[in-house]
Design a protein around this ligand. Structure first.
Ligand SMILES: [Mn+2]
Length: 258
């Protein structure tokens, strides 16, 4: 049994299909062919590209098919899932900054067609997504951010904190969580600060390797998106960025974790 990772899709559905077929996780008819293998999506199905809904619908179906075969498809909660859920639940509510939640969501890069196609079934599914997971010795989180520690000191507490948030109608709490979720590159700084932060998270939550998406590798490394075809290991080898930046033009990749 192998474990594979796919980074932030951001609505790039045809690339998603191509990656799944290329890795042998799906056949040409897009049926699960990964057997007992496991696939993790790193979150951020929505926004920037046009087909966020198709990306989560395929993931939801493959989850059923993989489970029936003794395999697994799982996903982390990305900030863009929290954003569309916020727009879905609070659409016409007014924000502190004036304007409706819907207007604010459009400013965050929301794609109107995604919200039009968004159903209660999608909402229910997103509300089950964990913010973090320990898979073997890899600690999976969506964002390269320290904000997770503000939600709890164990994986279970952090995940429960986000489950509670997603069940609540406390709009200011949603806005605060989304704001802290927009933090980037916490583990990238020089002079060992980034590595120390990564080690702090690993010693708190467990794991030897911190795996994340959220910050496209072309941004983090200042290289051309077209050239990004594999994950980037950094921070003294304690971090692995698997967000190729498909929406910037990277062909994307499937990373085999173990
Ligand atoms: Mn993100």
């Amino acid at each position: 049994m192998a474990t594979y990772l796919i980074g932030d899709l951001h609505g790039h559905y045809s690339e998603f299909e191509r990656l799944l077929i290329g890795a042998g996780l799906c056949n040409e008819n897009l049926k699960w062919s990964g057997g007992t293998d496991h696939l993790w999506l790193m979150g951020d199905f929505f926004d920037r590209g046009a087909s966020g809904i198709k990306c989560i619908e395929l993931t939801m179906r493959l989850q059923q098919e993989a489970q029936a075969d003794g395999g697994g498809v799982q996903s982390l909660l990305g900030n863009h899932e929290l954003m569309i859920l916020c727009a879905y639940q609070f659409k016409e509510r007014m924000t502190d900054s004036g304007g409706s939640v819907f207007d604010q969501w459009l400013r965050w890069g929301g794609i109107e067609a995604d919200l039009e196609g968004f159903t209660e079934e999608h909402a229910v599914w997103i509300r089950t997504l964990p913010a973090m997971a320990l898979v073997g010795d890899a600690l999976l989180i969506h964002a390269d951010a320290m904000m997770y520690v503000n939600h709890g000191t164990t994986i279970e507490r952090v995940n429960n904190s986000f489950f509670d948030l997603m069940a609540s109608s406390d709009l200011p709490a949603w806005e605060a969580a989304l704001s802290s979720f927009s933090e980037h590159m916490a583990f990238s700084s020089l002079a060992h600060t980034g590595r120390k932060r990564a080690e702090q998270l690993l010693s708190l939550f467990g794991g030897e390797l911190l795996v994340h998406g959220h910050t496209p590798i072309p941004y983090a490394r200042q290289i051309e998106a077209e050239d990004v075809t594999e994950a980037w290991r950094y921070a003294g080898d304690r971090c692995l960025n698997v967000d190729g930046g498909m929406y910037l033009g990277s062909p994307g990749f499937v990373h085999r974790l173990h």
